[in-house]
Design a binder for this molecule. Structure first.
Ligand code: NAI
Length: 350
């Protein structure tokens, strides 16, 4: 039996903690449902303590609100985290308990996959609640990471246009951190576009596997941020761009899939100071949620419609870069302001 406790957090619509006597512990943060139900990933991660898990859920949920607002996909923002060793023997039981937690919100939150969860995991969650998206059924949108990776590629083209006035990525050096669901697919796309790749993964076997596949160089995780490259593509965990790491960067742009790459919003100003173009994470990594949101289209999910919407990430980033230059503001601030404007517009209409 899952115990559910509500936690009051300013500026969040609803935050709940679920736990049980077998050690299950999870948080769901619903940040904002003004534009629609909050859809967000489910992260399984061995957080050091419950505070760290809750904090991650809160930060990621807010980013989801901005991501969906900017992408205009009629969804709100929320996120779930399960504090668990990914290799735990209780995985299935915990996923079922998580399904009950999701169900308790009656559709205010729709769970999808994220770091540490797979489409198969979400099938298990689905046994306890209908509020699960991005499944691999005939009517569902499937693995979001294909679309996330494609959206990041489209964002990288916008970066290339801004910096080099052309879309040609051949001979550009692109360093990818994390070769999981998204990073591995991004590497495949960039390889065929002629980019020269540098790859890094916490798991050395994975890094070497992709280095072999794409003729890439491998860099150790601890050396990744200092690597000399044209574009740094973080596709692992967040918070890696901060006051300590920024002076060590040797890239011209940052454009990757990881959520919450900047530790604080201030880091955007520092990147600007160092003349590093930043593609705001919640703008460039929206491909997966855009695809999942397409499940709710009248007439059902159509991959071609989803693809065309994801392609639009290129235009969104071009707009952000252009406003940033005109108004001398960091790109992350511009993206936040654009998302806030869309939320305000909706509030005024209601
Ligand atoms: P994943 O769990 O499949 O892959 C993450 C990879 O990063 C793993 O291979 C892991 O070994 C590696 N890694 C972790 N820490 C590392 C480090 N310090 N250095 C190098 N490698 C490290 O996750 P996924 O789905 O590929 O997501 C990656 C990032 O993109 C996450 O931040 C996620 O929130 C974000 N994202 C994912 C979306 C999706 O469609 N899957 C959608 C939008 C954002």
């Amino acid at each position: 039996m899952v115990r559910i406790r509500e936690i009051s957090v300013p500026n969040y619509e609803k935050v709940i903690e679920g736990s049980d006597e077998n050690g299950f512990l999870a948080y769901i943060a619903v940040h904002n449902t003004q534009l629609g139900p909050a859809m967000g990933g489910t992260r399984i991660y061995p957080y050091p303590n419950s505070d760290a898990a809750l904090k991650d859920a809160l930060n990621l949920a807010q980013a989801m609100t901005y991501k969906s607002a900017l992408a205009e996909n009629k969804l709100g923002g929320g996120k779930a985290v399960i504090m668990m060793d990914p290799k735990s023997k209780n995985r299935e039981a915990n996923l079922l308990a998580f399904g009950e937690l999701v169900d308790s919100l009656n559709g205010k939150f729709i769970a999808a996959e994220d770091v540490g969860t797979s489409p198969q995991d979400m099938e298990i969650v689905r046994r306890r609640t209908p509020y699960v998206g991005a499944l691999q059924t005939d009517t569902s949108s499937g693995d979001p990471s294909r679309y996330t990776a494609w959206g990041v590629y489209r964002g990288i083209l916008a970066v290339a246009e801004k910096l080099w006035h052309r879309h040609d990525l051949s001979k550009k050096i692109i360093a990818i951190q994390g070769l999981g669901h998204v990073g591995s697919k991004l590497a495949e796309i960039l390889f065929w576009q002629g980019a020269y790749l540098i790859v890094s993964d916490r798991d050395p076997a994975v890094a070497h596997q992709y280095a072999h596949l794409y003729g890439a160089d491998v860099v150790e995780p601890e050396d990744f941020l200092g690597v000399r490259c044209d574009i740094l593509a973080p596709c692992a965990m967040g918070g890696i761009i901060n006051a300590n790491s920024i002076p060590k960067l040797h890239c011209k742009a940052i454009a990757g899939a990881a959520n919450n790459q900047l530790q604080t919003s201030e880091n955007g100003w520092e990147l600007m100071h160092y003349n590093i173009l930043y593609a705001p994470d919640f703008a460039i990594n929206a491909g997966g949620i855009i695809n999942a949101a397409s499940e709710y289209d009248e007439g059902g999910y159509n991959p071609k419609v989803a693809r065309d919407r994801v392609n639009h990430i290129f235009d969104t980033l071009k707009r952000i870069f252009s406003i940033s230059e005109k108004e001398h503001k960091p790109t992350n601030v511009v993206a936040e302001e654009l998302a806030e404007k869309k939320l305000r517009r909706k509030a005024n209409r209601d």
